[in-house]
Design a protein around this ligand. Sequence first.
Ligand code: ADP
Ligand code: MG
Length: 695
Amino acid sequence: MTKVPEMFGSMVFNDKVMQERLPKATYKALKKTVENGEPLDEGVANVVANAMKDWAVELGCTHFTHWFQPMTGVTAEKHDSFIQPFGDSVIMEFSGKELIKGEPDASSFPSGGIRATFEARGYTTWDPTSPAFVRDGSLYIPTAFCSYTGEVLDKKTPLLRSMERLSGEAVKVLHLLGKTDVKRVATTVGPEQEYFLVDKDLYDQRVDLKLCGRTLFGAMAPKGQELEDHYFGSIKTRVAAYMKELDEELWKLGILAKTKHNEVAPAQHELAPIFSTSNIATDHNELTMEIMQKVAERHNLVCLLHEKPFKGVNGSGKHNNWSISTNTGENLLSPGKHPETNYQFQLFLAAIVKAVDEYQDLLRITVASAGNDHRLGANEAPPAIISMYLGDDLDALVRSIINGNDYESHGKERMHTGVDVLADFKKDNSDRNRTSPFAFTGNKFEFRALGSALNIACPNYMLNTMVAEELSQFYEALKGADNMEAAVKALVRETLTAHQRIIFNGDNYSDEWVEEAERRGLYNLKSLPEALSHFMDEKNVNLFVKNNIISEDELHARYEIDLETYCKQLNIEALTMVDMARKNITPAVSLFVRELTDTALSKKALSDSISVNVELNLINSLTVQLEQFAALTDELESEIRAAAAIDDNQEKAFAYRNKVFAKMEALREVGDEMETHTAADYWPYPSYTELLFGV
Ligand code: ADP
Ligand code: MG
């Protein structure tokens, strides 16, 4: 068996491989590009490409692909072989040009109308800050994707830009504070990924899971998550085998898979990596989601990444742990032993508080999706209201700054276990408030409103950009100050006072909070159409344009794409429901009613004195329900037609939410009710009991 350290990164063209395989001068030039963002010349690129190709071929590769993240939400790849004709034979070649630039046909990727199809050319450019890797016989080169005229067509480019922007602004502020040795700062991310595993044979019998990733019908199983026995429970053999193989596949690709455990819902699990730089964390999370699904196939399982595969039990999310650290190794969100005199920490904290308050709507928008609409505000994920949790200690500090009082630390309270053999341990100061969408957890913020399937590039570029913006304003406010410490203290106090409404340490699931948040003037954007109606608000457009992240046109394109995707997804779900209702559920229930009728008639024929009450009652109730069901199916179909005919995407999205989705819910209710009264042999789909407890 290969040892983990040998296995780790064995499929990655990482620093170690580069040192071994590149001439010293080339290695140095490449390092400069990676670390300082200096442009790479073609001579260097040729040498790197050749070394990459030799390495990849030794690992069995025949092809290479530029790997990018278009606006579809999934990654894209197009494989070219290394072959070049040479006499009667071929040789394996890979040039610097091929490494740096690719030209996939961009016409079939969503562009939100910014690129006419006649100008179909799109370009992928190598992102040397994220290492190339080998998978399934191909060399994968992480790239950014843009159009011929330079419009950004992917999720990666704005992320890279936002990281540079935040770095620049943070460094300026740090220099004002005397930290002149800091050259760069990087944002770091550790995304915790939730998922479900279901048996492949059962999955294959559910058209809703296959087409939509979630069940559209399905009566709740007699048992759900109420015993709370699944969370951190012992892992079943088949799942454990899956997780082991998954870890190994991820380790080979240099992904720092660290923690695995069962989650709250039956059949639900989580995988968390050790954090890394935002763009690498993004690439790695995309890879993790792909590999989760690939490895599942080998175990006759299906990995569901949808935010709400099953009604009645928790859905899946993703926690985006986020921090900022300097090239000198300092975590800027670490409060240290004395946060009350750590003005640098306070300044960065104030910037984040201001950012989250001023751009709450953007944070809500960035996690909006058809799938996540089922979770936010449903008491299993944070509410649709964005607020921040600071924990007792930090909250006390913020109060003392606002009120001008002395700050008293609670210190670390000793936690007494009451058992002599167990050592007393120190209680974490920022005890976790699981209900908060944006929580301070010791030395990082945890943005918890993300859906499980989301590409984390979006929330991160938005977060980075809004914090960069606040830091640039802070820099302008502080730069001429005679007494920097006094100026920082005043600015922190002023900022925290102005934005304290965004801080909330209580129970985010409570009804009181919804009312309180309204009094505070916070947004409560309950669904994607509501959230997106703020996307193009002037302050949001200004944020991205001023910080050179994306242009107004590009932002508008993203807005249109998000709305279109939402409408298309709901359209597919609604059509699938109509299909299931007419072709499978209605005939099945009708057949069962006939069986009951036959039974009743036979009983009567045998003897008039035998009771047929059970059959009669069931025949009656199922017949009434079946009529309702058929009527609702017709109504759903008309709602779909009406919504699909609307031109304006924003209006259309509202129609899908308020009309189509509402009708889907009504149809499901009757369908699920019939399921509970129909013999299992007649019901056309595997039940929730089988799906949730079948592995
Ligand atoms: P949990 O939230 O389940 O209690 P942890 O607090 O241990 O888990 O960490 C969750 C995630 O936060 C992990 O992926 C971890 O690597 C990540 N993390 C820790 N420190 C940082 C940091 N400075 N920046 C970004 N992510 C971090
Ligand atoms: Mg967490």
